[in-house]
Design a protein around this ligand. Structure first.
Ligand code: GLN
Ligand code: ZN
Length: 774
């Protein structure tokens, strides 16, 4: 029985990749530094998988930015607007690659970045491939080949990982109308064939093709494309050993299709859907291997060996040992690297730590499960099994987890607790009277640049180099500065800048009970951006106000409206590692009550506008249509519980970004926020059509510039976007704001961009007044 891994985190166990890339982009490191860092990370990863005892190790799971972009790049799916980048003197292939990821502004060239969106239901973002009619693909970069060769030189025959051709097309977007991206499959298969041939020449044994879309709803046409595609690959490569993976959901109605595709091994996610094992086994043709995804690649809890061993022995009985592989549920990309890098702290106590497993520990779990299931017996192995079961037992009964009051309060939530007092139109009038804002009010999403200086204060405070009073003084000064700057820039609704926050979820988690934190538990979010999700291990409650002092302080500095800034319950849930011993809905309701108390306290402190960010509401959406209504019910209700404790005159905002919201527009309306600010600029306001078609009733601030790139948009660009918005949305409903928070931007570009944005709003206001006068 073989053990395998589907993919390993590529940021490096100490975020080496982030550091070197950011240094390179800032001109502080050379291309050679970047290339070397990549090589080192790959080597470290391969060796530690080998040392852990994993039988089949992947390659091409590394990426300098994003693995979907890697495929577009390998296949030569490079939009024409980037071609000049490579012609510019001194630019290398990797510069072109980074230009596609991040946009490019240098020496007179000005190109925007490619669109980015969430990877299935994770908090990882990928760069969306762009497709055109009759697009031709050719092997432009040989990354997968190079990395296979590199590992081979180190004595490891890896299993190259490619996104399967059907999933690759499904991940992309048609950039012209009137054609179906799946029609490109023939052209695309020629480049897969080319790649496979080259890998075979180098001695490839197994090839992994990831087809996560097999775990989603598929149309009959798409199913047909699957059948034909894999038939074609098999025809061209009769002896190629293909390992087809599915993850993030059970196969359900696609099980017959997946089981029948002419591949040699099939991977299923048994963490998300353990129940599918019997059905998939009954459908599996003789000789096909089944890879059991048992160790949770999406969460941090120690595997329950007894439960896994039951599943393995069931599979073994039906299929025989040789046809069963053991592996994590999906790539470990979504797990932090190594629990051994975690010091015990006040919050990550020895007791809690023993409940956890990170990527490296998960490899060991896979290996141990393999040994235990093979009947291998040794004192060490027995000890491990016993320890594993003790940890599970300890976690179930730990007093750290349970709080009766919280449970009672959740049970007592009434429908009225999840409803504002009056309708939106009534509220709008009351708020307009109180707030007196102009048409096209300007605002930002909350954070302002977190410079290395600001971050150094926090680091020094944590290291006790400065005391709390000194730390707070520094933050107050920075807050005052940003309040003054916004006043001078002419923004209508100000924010305090969020300088006191490391992260929009961690900051709240740290002040809530039931959360714990790691020191190095970083996970890639997009490109060089990593997040360190809190771990929710117990019942959640709020011992004291969390943000009131900062909002009240900032409000005291200005006569303009200061917007309070909170993270919503669904986003806190979604961006944390969540306990797996109770339904997510239950945990979410607990968080909602804590945020509700904060909203009420902000109102009491005189804050009239309160934003509750829910950027993650869409990504929590189950992959399968049939599961969505249930999720949306509890998620929307949680937001409303958080938002509905205030008077009609208090304006509630929400903010969302980085998702396709078209399909949940009705639910977004049900959230009944007075204002929603939303990411739209990268897709050129496409999203607004959905709001228009739906006749979205409340106010909307479509993002007019992309804050995920250092590029400064021109006033004309923003005016054009706003005009586009007024074509579909009544102007009385529109706000003007960037796509998202400015935390990752530099001050220089931020000041320029916001100044232009305010000017754009003025220009549009002016045009409107003139038109009205005509
Ligand atoms: N208020 C947050 C900020 O501005 C929102 C961040 C987000 O949507 N991801 O940073
Ligand atoms: Zn955002």
């Amino acid at each position: 029985m073989l053990t395998l891994n589907l993919g390993y985190p590529r940021i490096g166990s100490h975020r080496e990749l982030k550091k070197v890339c950011e240094n390179y982009w800032a001109g502080r490191a050379s291309l050679n530094d970047v290339v070397t860092a990549g090589k080192n990370i790959r080597k470290e990863n391969w060796l530690l998988q080998k040392d852990a005892g994993i039988d089949m190790i992947p390659s091409n799971d590394f990426s300098f930015y994003d693995h979907v972009l890697d495929h577009s790049f390998m296949f030569g799916a490079i939009p024409a607007r980037y071609h000049e980048v490579i012609q510019q003197k001194g630019n290398e292939e990797l510069d072109l690659y980074f230009a596609m990821a991040r946009g490019y502004q240098k020496d007179g060239l000005d190109v925007t970045a490619m669109e980015m969106t969430k990877w299935f239901d994770t908090n990882y973002h990928y760069i969306v491939p762009e497709f055109y009619p009759n697009q031709q693909f050719k092997l432009f970069s040989t990354k997968a080949i190079n990395e296979f060769y590199e590992a081979k030189q180190q004595g490891i025959i890896t299993r190259p990982v490619l996104i399967g051709p059907v999933s690759y097309l499904l991940l992309g977007k048609e950039k012209e109308q009137g054609f179906n991206k799946l029609s490109l499959i023939r052209n695309l298969l020629t480049v897969y064939a080319d790649l496979i041939r080259k890998l075979q020449d180098l001695g490839m044994d197994w090839l992994q093709l990831d087809e996560p879309f097999l775990a989603t709803d598929l149309s009959p046409q798409t199913r047909q494309v699957y059948i034909e595609t894999y038939k074609q690959i098999r025809k061209e490569f009769p002896f190629l050993k293909i390992f087809l993976t599915t993850y993030f959901e059970g196969l359900r109605d696609n099980a017959p299709l997946a089981a029948a595709l002419p591949v040699n091994a099939l991977h299923i996610d048994l963490v998300r859907d353990p129940g599918q094992i019997s059905r998939v086994i009954s459908l599996l043709p003789p000789d096909k291997i089944l890879s059991l995804g048992l160790v949770d690649g999406r969460n941090v809890w120690k595997n329950d060996f007894r439960h896994s061993l039951e599943l393995i022995s069931y599979a073994q009985e039906k299929l025989g040992r040789a046809r069963v592989w053991i592996s994590p549920s999906c790539s470990l990309l979504h797990s932090p690297c190594d629990l051994d890098n975690e010091p015990e702290t006040e919050v990550l106590t020895a007791e809690i730590k023993q409940w956890l497993a990170f990527a490296r520990q998960k490899l060991s779990e896979v290996v141990s499960l393999g040994k235990l299931a093979s009947g291998e017996r040794s004192a060490a192995l027995e000890g491990e099994l016993k320890h594993n079961q003790q940890c599970q037992e300890n976690r179930r009964h730990s007093p750290l987890i349970h709080n009766v009051d919280v449970r009672e309060r959740v049970k007592a939530i009434s429908p009225a607790d999840a409803r504002r007092n009056s309708t939106f139109s009534q509220r709008k009038e009351i708020q307009q009277q109180k707030l007196g804002l102009p048409l096209f009010p300007t605002t930002t999403i909350g954070s302002f640049p977190q410079t290395s200086e600001v971050r150094s204060w926090r680091a020094r405070f944590k290291k006790l180099e400065i005391n709390e009073q000194e730390y707070v003084q520094l933050l107050e000064k920075e807050t005052a500065k940003v309040v003054k700057w916004q006043e001078a820039a002419g923004l209508d609704v100000l924010v305090h800048g969020e300088f006191e926050r490391n992260d929009m979820v961690e900051y709240f988690g740290e002040q809530l009970r039931g959360f714990t934190f790691t020191t190095n538990g970083w996970v890639q979010s997009y490109g060089s951006r990593c997040v360190k999700p809190p771990v929710i291990f117990g019942d959640v409650w709020r011992p004291a106000p969390m943000t009131v002092r900062w909002s009240a302080f900032a409000q005291s500095l200005t006569s303009k409206w200061m917007k309070g800034m909170l993270t919503g319950p669904v986003t806190i849930l979604q961006w944390s590692f969540v306990r797996n011993d109770q339904p997510r809905a239950e945990t979410c309701a607990q968080i909602a009550l804590a945020i509700r108390d904060e909203v009420c306290d902000l109102e009491k402190a005189g804050i009239q506008i309160i934003q509750i960010d829910e950027p993650a509401i869409r990504e929590g959406l189950p992959l399968r249509q049939e599961d969505r209504a249930t999720y949306l019910d509890w998620a929307i209700r949680a937001f409303r519980i958080a938002a509905s404790g205030v008077a009609d005159s208090t304006q509630i905002h929400t903010h969302m970004c980085y998702s396709e919201f078209n399909d949940i527009i009705g639910n977004i309306a049900e959230m009944d926020a007075d204002v929603i600010t939303i990411e739209t600029s990268r897709s050129q306001m496409e999203l607004l059509d959905a709001f228009a078609d739906f006749r979205y009733p409340n106010d909307i601030g479509p993002g007019v510039y992309d804050i995920h790139s250092p590029r400064v948009p021109s006033r004309e660009e923003m005016v054009a976007l706003l005009k586009k918005a007024t074509e579909v949305i009544p102007h009385q409903q529109l706000w003007v704001n960037p796509d998202c928070g400015l935390k990752t931007r530099g001050w220089n570009e931020t000041m320029k961009a916001l100044t232009e944005m305010v000017a754009a709003a003025h220009e549009v206001r002016q045009t409107l007044t003139e038109e009205a006068e005509l």
